[in-house]
Design a protein around this ligand. Structure first.
Ligand SMILES: [Zn+2]
Length: 301
């Protein structure tokens, strides 16, 4: 029986307008809709007067201009980055130039190489944070304090930011309401992703604001559904391997019924992520290195 994920896709906003969405929180959505970004990147502004910006977004000058127009008379003091994908961090550079605010992030893009075929929006290889943020670090501004939570999986440098004393968590691409997250090796890591879901289950945040799509108001139900969904996917992959289906494209064919063609490659990367994890756990073996076009079978040991 398929796991039901309580997806949230009702999303009201206007492109190019910085709009209040909760006390202390405003959001402006960039016009970069895609099968991986939903309606586009949601850039958040926290506070009033002296403010923090989370995920300035893609390299779209109109987006940065609209953000700054919405912040007329206010001052950006911090630029926070959840992770280095091209729909999240590139606008940090122009925003920093225009405001003088330092950037905060876990580190530069890691895993793979510049020029690797891009899944999702691809890596932003140019971003280097001014301030390196580690798990548990606190970032304080005017009227707000964030706690950084390292949540590797979607990327190795992914951070969520909890707004202290509010029950609010900015969940980036780690937990989204509209979709599951893309986990694509080598930077994406299924075991790390599952551990990062567990890490958030151990917290008591009340509402998540992801970078794409609407807020998640029952985060625990979402976390449990995502964990169950991946466990179900893993079981499906093992069933395929038991049936002698050992190549990723054939596994995708079997498991992803009714998949949009645009998402086929991402599905293959996700199956690959599961297989890399299963090989690391000794449950599955591959002929040679566990690559995207490799051949896999149940381990005979
Ligand atoms: Zn991403």
């Amino acid at each position: 029986m398929a796991i039901e994920i309580p997806f949230r896709r009702e999303f009201s906003f206007e492109y190019g307008r910085l709009e209040p969405v909760a006390p202390m929180i405003r959001r402006i959505v960039a016009r970069n809709p895609s099968p991986f970004t939903f309606k586009g990147t949601g850039t958040y502004v926290i506070g009033r007067g002296d403010v923090a910006v989370i995920d300035p977004g893609p390299d779209l000058p109109e987006h940065v201009e609209a953000l700054l127009a919405g912040l007329k008379g206010e001052r950006v003091t911090h630029i926070l980055i959840t992770h280095t994908h091209r729909d999240h961090s590139p606008a940090a550079q122009p925003l920093k130039m225009m405001t003088g605010a330092p950037t905060y992030g876990f580190g530069p893009h890691a895993g793979g190489n510049r020029g690797d075929p891009a899944v999702e929006e691809g890596g932003d290889w140019d971003f280097v944070p001014d301030v390196v943020v580690r798990d548990g670090d606190r970032i304080a501004g005017h009227g707000w304090v964030f706690e950084a939570i390292h949540t590797p999986g979607h990327t190795s440098n992914h951070l969520c930011f909890a707004l202290s004393g509010s029950g609010v968590l900015f969940s980036g691409d780690h937990v989204m309401g509209w979709s599951t997250s893309v986990i694509a090796p080598p930077d994406g890591d299924m075991a790390a992703y599952m551990a990062s879901l567990d890490k958030l289950l151990g917290r008591s945040d009340q509402i998540y604001w992801p970078t794409h799509g609407p807020a998640i108001t029952e985060p625990e139900a979402h976390l449990r559904a995502f964990i169950a969904h991946r466990q179900e996917r893993e079981a499906g992959i093992l069933d395929c391997l038991h049936a002698g289906i050992g190549r990723i494209d054939a596994i995708v064919e079997r498991l992803y019924i009714g998949l949009q063609p645009a998402l086929r490659r991402a599905a293959g990367r996700s199956v690959h992520a599961h297989l890399v994890d299963l090989v690391a756990r000794g449950i599955v073996e591959s002929e040679g290195r566990p690559t995207l076009d490799g051949s896999y079978r149940i381990s005979r040991l």
